[in-house]
Design a protein around this ligand. Structure first.
Ligand code: TYD
Length: 207
């Protein structure tokens, strides 16, 4: 069985940068790595981007034009395919799987939308639990600076408020799910990478 690592955090926390660095770290040690993300690049992911997300490259979730429930179900459908077609087979082949976002994103974001947390947890029960979830945590002010959002003020305030709730939710989820470890994402790229590597080494030792 391989090892499954997930990176989570608000938009602009540095997940994709750290995911790439971690991939290289593993490869230098001879591991075979599958780097993946949610929403995926499949037809499901594209549907989500079209129906749910706006904000261009930043991918900040907008006031969805579809119901929050439909939105949560689309993310779950995308994830079901992701687990079945890529994550499970890769783990069974003994590979390292690194995913930029996973069901914790649904819990943090769709909960922030006002959906019931317990319903969201039930909905995602099919999703295999990772060995480690790294929560890249940083204040929303900093993440918004990094995203250099050029949106108009009313838009900015709305996104800011959503991100603030999402951050709070992630921190609450870290108390409930023991696999979530919090890393301070305010530090520079290298020291965040070193913190993640320390967590990964602990997991590999346990196995
Ligand atoms: P993001 O990681 O920004 O993807 P990309 O850069 O490829 O567009 O994710 C897009 C947005 O979707 C982000 O704001 C978080 C949100 N999201 C959810 O609300 N629920 C989920 O289950 C997932 C996976 C993402």
């Amino acid at each position: 069985m391989g090892t499954f690592i997930v990176l989570e955090g608000i938009d602009g926390a540095g997940k994709s940068t750290q995911a790439k660095l971690l991939k290289v770290w593993f490869e230098e040690r001879g591991y075979e790595v599958v780097l993946t993300k949610e929403p995926t690049d499949t037809a499901f992911g594209r549907l989500i981007r079209r129906l749910v997300l706006t904000g261009g490259k930043e991918g900040i979730i907008d006031g969805a034009k579809i119901s929050h429930e439909a939105e949560a179900l689309l993310f779950a459908a995308d994830r079901a395919e992701h687990v079945d077609k890529l994550i499970k087979p890769s783990l069974e082949a003994g590979k390292i799987v690194i995913s930029d976002r996973y069901f914790y994103s649904s819990l943090a974001y769709q909960w922030a939308r006002g959906l019931d947390l317990e319903w969201l947890i039930d909905l995602n029960r099919f999703a295999v639990r990772p060995d480690l979830v790294v929560l890249l945590d940083l204040p929303v002010k900093e993440s918004m600076k990094r995203l250099r959002s050029r949106s108009i003020k009313s838009e900015f305030d709305r996104i800011y408020e959503l991100q603030r709730r999402v951050r709070e939710n992630y921190l609450k989820l870290a108390e409930r799910f023991p696999e979530i470890k919090i890393v301070n994402a305010l530090e520079d790229v290298d020291s965040v990478h070193r913190q993640i590597v320390a967590l990964v080494e602990a997991i590999l030792e346990e196995k």
